[in-house]
Design a protein around this ligand. Structure first.
Ligand code: ZN
Ligand code: ZN
Length: 259
């Protein structure tokens, strides 16, 4: 089976993923089931939610996928950053659904997750699942040696604002502590202040982009659609070499919205 039906949302729709990617929603009206792909029209009726979800597989195979609205402000590609064959670029094209935070989907939680993931990258870790909160084990990969396991964000972010990750040895069996600074410096070279990613979603690189994407996610959450909120969150959750800048901009935009 290629589709997975999600939990019913407040607006009565069930999000459906096909091959792990958001494909649309199904809902019941006047005794029939309908399949909806955001941005595409169809009025086909089905007897069960499963038949409707199976239709989303057909639509996906014919190239019909949810349309992600482009932010009003699209930054011009920065010169000299078209290195999509780089490791960073390849990571940037991976799916992002596994990075949706394992917390209630709210703007503050999303911004916190984006900040934690950006800092994690600086510390040479790659998250393997969505941010679970500071005091829950978080599965990640050590980029210095490839070890995979669980660490606590409350230990990695430092204590009382000192930003010193603990323990210094990272995890049992990592490279020698004295080699770590050089290894982290080598990884730092992957990070940029420009977004070189070419995908369906534009990763915010200006305050205006960040406000746009938070606005879109906020509207979706307000209307009770986790499915749309998750789709729009792609722009902020996907790995991006400019993740540090993105986290700063999102925090700034979030503060502007709250004032
Ligand atoms: Zn390691
Ligand atoms: Zn990017």
């Amino acid at each position: 089976m290629r589709f997975v039906l999600g939990k019913r949302e407040e607006d009565g729709r069930y999000p459906v993923t096909v091959d792990d990617a958001p494909a649309g929603t199904v809902h019941r009206r006047h005794g029939s089931w309908y399949a909806t792909v955001p941005g595409h029209r169809n009025n086909k009726r089905f007897g069960t939610r499963f038949d409707a979800a199976a239709f989303l597989v057909e639509l996906t195979d014919s190239g019909i996928r949810p349309t992600i609205p482009a932010p009003a402000h699209t930054p011009a590609p920065a010169p000299g950053t078209d290195s999509l064959d780089s490791a960073a670029g390849r990571r940037a094209t991976r799916t992002y659904l596994h990075l949706v935070p394992d917390l209630r989907l709210t703007l503050p939680n999303l911004v916190r997750a984006v900040e934690a993931m950006a800092r994690l990258t600086q510390l040479g870790w790659e998250p393997l699942e969505g941010y679970p909160g500071a005091d829950q084990p978080w599965r990640m990969e050590c980029r210095l040696c490839g070890w995979q396991g669980r660490r606590f964000w409350s230990h990695l972010r430092g204590r009382n604002g000192d930003r010193m990750p603990r323990p210094v040895t990272r995890h049992p069996g990592c490279i020698p502590v004295k080699e770590m600074p050089a290894a982290l410096l080598a990884l730092a070279a992957e990070r940029t202040r420009n977004c070189p990613c070419e995908g369906e979603a534009t990763h915010p690189t200006t305050t205006s982009d960040a406000l746009d994407v938070l606005g879109a996610i906020g509207d979706a959450l307000e209307s009770g659609s986790t499915m749309y909120a998750t789709l729009y969150a792609r722009a902020i959750l996907e790995p991006c070499p400019a993740s540090t800048l993105r986290a700063d901009l999102l925090r700034h935009a979030y503060t502007l919205r709250s004032n």
